[in-house]
Design a protein around this ligand. Structure first.
Ligand SMILES: Nc1ncnc2c1ncn2[C@@H]1O[C@H](COP(=O)(O)OP(=O)(O)OP(=O)(O)O)[C@@H](O)[C@H]1O
Ligand SMILES: [Mg+2]
Length: 225
């Protein structure tokens, strides 16, 4: 497991670093027109952003995988956190020609680590947007039962085969490497989500059909740990 992990990390780090080094070398050595220069700088910028995101994910994972991970429980304010992340996803929805719905019933509350729970929402929504083609929709639904808060992220996207579902929570697992590469995915998002949900004594379910969309349902007990 550990050897695989190191190999995977090295591979994921190598690609952007190679590109950053190559393009900056060319910039240093050759004269070129303004437009080409700008293109090269944009590539360097994008690849360093990718690298930064990857390093952040790795640090998050390693802190979550500690034997006694730190979970700072506070009363989690869904309204506040959703207000924080909403504008970004609305912009993404416009860019991608998708409709974004938020459905929240009443004042749902849980005891949770705010940053971690926000990460769960962001990772699930990012996937829903990334894996749903133009014209589709993404719905974030928050409600509660007597004992649990339920977070549901539903999309009308490409979905996935039944036998793949159990693998998507593995680190670095991607169904379609080529496509994930375009969207900058490294396959860590759901591994992080799963750890966070488990650290909160919750569980996560996936319903999906190829071409028929995907729904992730996270349940978190009200009183936390
Ligand atoms: N809503 C979804 N619809 C279809 N496939 C999905 C969905 N969410 C996840 N997947 C599949 O599960 C894989 C793993 O998801 P995960 O979020 O862990 O990684 P990623 O999105 O590829 O990269 P990142 O580390 O940037 O999140 C994805 O590559 C994708 O193939
Ligand atoms: Mg993802």
């Amino acid at each position: 497991m550990r050897k695989d992990f190191v190999a995977n990390v090295s591979h994921e780090l190598k690609t952007p670093v190679t590109s950053i080094k190559g393009f900056s070398e060319t910039l240093l050595e050759e004269n070129m027109d303004e437009q080409t220069r700008e293109n090269f700088l944009q590539i360097i910028y994008d690849e360093s952003s990718r690298l930064q995101a990857l390093i952040n994910d790795l640090l998050t994972l390693s802190s979550l995988e500690k034997e006694y991970p730190t979970v700072k429980l506070q009363k989690f304010d869904f309204e506040l956190i959703i207000a924080e992340i909403k504008p970004g996803f609305e912009m993404l929805a416009r860019d991608r020609h998708l409709t974004f719905y938020i459905e929240m019933s009443g004042n749902v509350y849980i005891m949770a680590d705010s940053n971690q729970m926000k990460q769960v929402l962001i990772n699930l929504l990012t996937n829903a947007f990334n894996y749903t083609p133009e014209g589709g929709s993404v719905t974030l639904r928050i409600y509660e039962t007597e004992t649990e808060a339920i977070i549901q992220v539903e999309d009308t996207g490409m979905g996935m085969e039944q036998d793949m579902i159990q693998r998507i929570f593995e680190r670095f697992f991607r169904l379609d490497e080529a496509r994930s590469r375009d969207t900058g995915g490294t396959g860590l998002g759901l591994a992080i989500v799963k750890h966070i949900v488990e650290n909160h004594k919750g569980h996560i379910d996936v319903q999906s059909e190829p071409g028929g969309g995907t729904t992730f349902t996270v349940s978190i007990p009200h009183e936390g740990l």
